[in-house]
Structure formats: C-alpha cells, structure tokens
Design a protein around this ligand. Structure first.
Ligand SMILES: C[C@@H]1N[C@@H](C#Cc2ccccc2)[C@H](O)[C@@H]1O
Length: 438
C-alpha cells in the first residue's frame, strides 16, 4: 500500500440510507439534451455518424457557428412533466440529466457564464423544470456535469505554460462556483454524475478536486458522486494507487456491462447505455444496430443480477420532444416492469451460479430469489445450482403465483424446474422461496 493524500476516502460500500436507496433503484433514465440536439448529427445537409453530442469537435464544423447555436435554442415542445411521465411509465427510479455537456452550454441560468439558457430565445431554467417534474413523479434526480468545457476561454487540455496555469486556476474557480451553484439552486438532487474528467489538466488537480468533493459532500450530506470525478495524486482514475474505488460507485461501465461478479470488485456501479451503438445526444439518422426492448430488458436484468443499476439514455430533439422510437421502448420496458419489477427493485447479486437460461437476483435483506428467464432451453428444464446448504422451499411464477413448479433435485445442490412447452413468449420471472439448509 502507498500513502495517499488524495486517494479514496473509504473502502467498501456506503451503508447510509441515501446510498442504499440508490443501490436499489435497478433502472434509471439518462437524458442528454443541449445545443447539439439542434443539428442532430448533421451539418450543412451532411449527416455524420459520430456521437451527435460531439459534433462541435468534428473536422469541418465551424466552432464559432456551433457556439452561436444558443441564439437558436427555443425548444417549443419541451415539457419536463411529459419527460418525467415517460420515465415513470418505463419504471425508472432515477434520472441523470445533462446540466452542461462538453460544449459548455448551461441548461440553467448560471451566474458564472453568459453561455446559458438565459441567453437563448427560450430563457427559462430547464434544469429547474426537470428537477421539479421528476421530483413530482417521485423519481430521484442526479445531475450530469462535464468538467471539460470547450466554450470556456480558460479551459485547457493540459497545463504547459505559466499562462496555461493562470488560466486554469480561473477555470478551477469557475468549475467550483458552478457546482456549488447547482447544489444550492437544486437542493433536492441526490447526486452528481461527472464526465469530461480524463484530460491531463484536470487529472493534475488531485488536491483541488479532493477538497472540492469534500466541500460538496459537506454542503449536501448524502450526495452521491461516482468514481469519474477525480484522480489521486498519481493520476490514478476510478481506482486509486492502492486499487481502492474513488467515489461512491464505479462509473466505468459506459456502453458496456460486466460479464461476471468478479468484474465489479464488490463495489456499487452503474451501466449507462445508448439505444444505438454510440449516440447520446439526438441524432436524426440512427444507423447500425438499434437495441430492441427485449435486449434492453435483458441488459437491465443482467445489471441487477450483478448488483448494479442500468441507466438507459434518451436524446430529446432540438424542439424538446422525445423521439417515437424512444417512447416506444419506454412503453415496452414499462409493460415488462409492471409485471416483473419485484425482481429488479431493491434486488442484487444472489450468489447463485450463472445459468444459460438467464439471471438470478436476490431481494436485499431477504432469502427471496428471483429467476429472470430469457432463454428457455429446448428441454424446458431450468437448472439451478444453489449456494451450499440452501433449500428451495417453493417455486412459482411471479406473474401468477398459482403457477408453481416442483423442483426436481438432481444432486446435493442442483435442481431442475420443468416448464410446460411454449408457455412463455416473453421473458418471465420465477420466485424461489429458499431457506438456509441444516
Ligand atoms: C456519458 C457519455 N460520455 C461522453 C463521452 C465520451 C468519450 C470521450 C472520449 C472517448 C470515448 C468516449 C459522451 O458524450 C456521453 O456524455
């Protein structure tokens, strides 16, 4: 072990109520919205395939013209309440919302820059509208904040001169001011989801970022901050120089999901996922594989079975409306969640061997085990290998408890549940009542 001044301040999971609530969410919604939704992945009639929220950075895009998009920002179809109702319908328990993405445009009227919604035809505070609407629906709000800010004159990718250093000191003060402003203006938010923290300039700010994290936590006790916010004094990100997780949960699962429980090292984590391969902001032309509702339901199950949260991204259009494809997915996921949500909410890793037919989850604090079945074998026999000395007392369909299954014991800790042929066209859940063996 090395001595660290700015490494992780805690080993192991947080056990306070705020974190336990976050841990139990299971399913969340991400919303990427900002000026990039206006071009929607195209410029001067040419559609690009890169991630649409990065369009300002692409070759051939005139930066000053992009930067003036705030004068065109007037989302007449924006209705935070309808967004929150869509999230509720999907079964999302929290939303992560972009207050400022890499382009630096602020969706709240920040006092520390003119590059905000206040200086657009729309004028009104979008962050407040979103926070209020989701609070109203009982959905927790986490604010996304990009440290990297392409618009700010004092932003630097690295610090290579005295001038860089002087400029970046101003940028650090600006960043702190905006974060304190967000936590002060929107006191009900439950956490901050940081991004744009990979460049050398910020990685070199271990002491400053450590002090800022402490200040934010003091201002908002219970605040949830992930592993992406800050590096330790050796430049180590996500895990400090001793391999200990920075922050409260691992933020490394962006567009990917752990394969095995060993991959998450006993930590809390979230997986943030796009519907197309790699589009967070609105792109008018979705290309390549577009994930189906069934794929996204299975990703949710897989994340919960490994103790994490699955956070599905929506990219509203420049006018503020949510595209039909995303509304359809929210409805499809929501229909499944209405029947099977008990196997998702406040559930985690069950400790059972993974089987081909699907995933196990366990209701936190109980002996209740859920089998989330996606791939019924031709035999119709679902194999279960229980942890040592666990007894299966009862097996029944979550959706209809009158449909029960008699476990056939095939060895000391292995069982089959036999399904009737062709009875489950949709993914379904079996509840196992278990007891510790003698
Ligand atoms: C949550 C996601 N993180 C952002 C990114 C990125 C990124 C940057 C460089 C290389 C690979 C990925 C995306 O724009 C989106 O906000």
């Amino acid at each position: 072990k090395v001595t660290l001044l700015h490494g992780s301040h805690r080993t192991g999971k947080r056990t306070d109520a705020a974190m336990e609530k976050w841990r139990g969410h299971g399913l969340g919604q991400f919303i990427h919205w900002g000026l990039y939704a206006i071009p929607g992945g195209a410029w001067n009639g040419k559609q690009y395939n890169g991630a649409a929220e990065w369009i300002r950075s692409w070759n051939g895009i005139p930066k000053s013209t992009y930067d003036s998009l705030n004068y065109s920002f007037n989302p007449t179809a924006f209705d935070a309440k309808s967004w929150a109702k869509t999230a509720k319908q999907m079964g999302a328990k929290y939303v992560t919302f972009t207050t400022k993405h890499h382009d630096g445009f602020c969706l709240w009227p920040s006092k520390y820059t003119k590059y905000t919604v206040a200086n657009s035809p729309y004028k009104k505070d979008i962050v407040k509208a979103v926070v209020d609407a989701y609070d109203q629906e009982g959905i927790d709000v986490i604010l996304y904040f990009s440290v990297m800010d392409w618009n700010h004159p004092d932003w630097r990718y690295d610090i290579k001169s005295k001038e860089d250093s002087i400029a970046f000191e101003r940028f650090k003060k600006f960043t702190r001011n905006q974060l304190i402003e967000l936590l002060t203006n929107y006191p009900t938010v439950k956490g901050l989801w940081f991004d744009g923290t990979w460049d050398t300039s910020w990685v070199k700010q271990a002491a400053f970022a450590d002090e800022l994290e402490t200040e934010m936590r003091k201002l908002r006790p219970g605040l949830i901050i992930g592993s992406r916010f800050r590096a330790d004094e050796n430049g180590k990100r996500h895990f400090d120089s001793n391999g200990v997780l920075m922050g409260d949960y691992e933020q490394g699962w962006e567009r990917k999901i752990p394969s095995r429980i060993e991959d998450v090292h006993g930590n809390d984590w979230d997986c943030v996922m796009t519907v197309p391969e790699n589009q967070w902001g609105y792109n008018a032309a979705w290309n390549g594989h577009i994930k189906t509702g069934l794929e996204l339901i299975e990703m949710t199950a897989r994340c919960v079975s490994l103790g994490g949260n699955f956070v599905l991204n929506f990219g509203p259009k420049g006018d503020g409306s949510i595209r039909q494809e995303e509304l359809k997915l929210a409805a499809e996921i929501g229909d499944w969640m209405k029947i099977n949500q008990q196997a998702i909410y406040n559930c985690g890793y069950a400790g059972y061997d993974k089987q081909d037919w699907g995933y196990f989850s366990k209701k936190t604090g109980t002996d209740k085990i859920y089998m989330l079945v996606f791939n019924v074998p031709v035999s119709g026999a679902l194999r279960i290998k229980t942890p040592a000395k666990t007894v299966i007392k009862k097996a029944s369909l979550l959706a209809d408890a009158t449909e029960t299954f008699t476990p056939e014991q095939i060895s000391g800790d292995e069982y089959f549940l036999h399904l009737k042929k062709g009875t489950h066209p949709q993914p379904f859940v079996i509840v196992l009542e278990t007891a510790p063996g003698q």
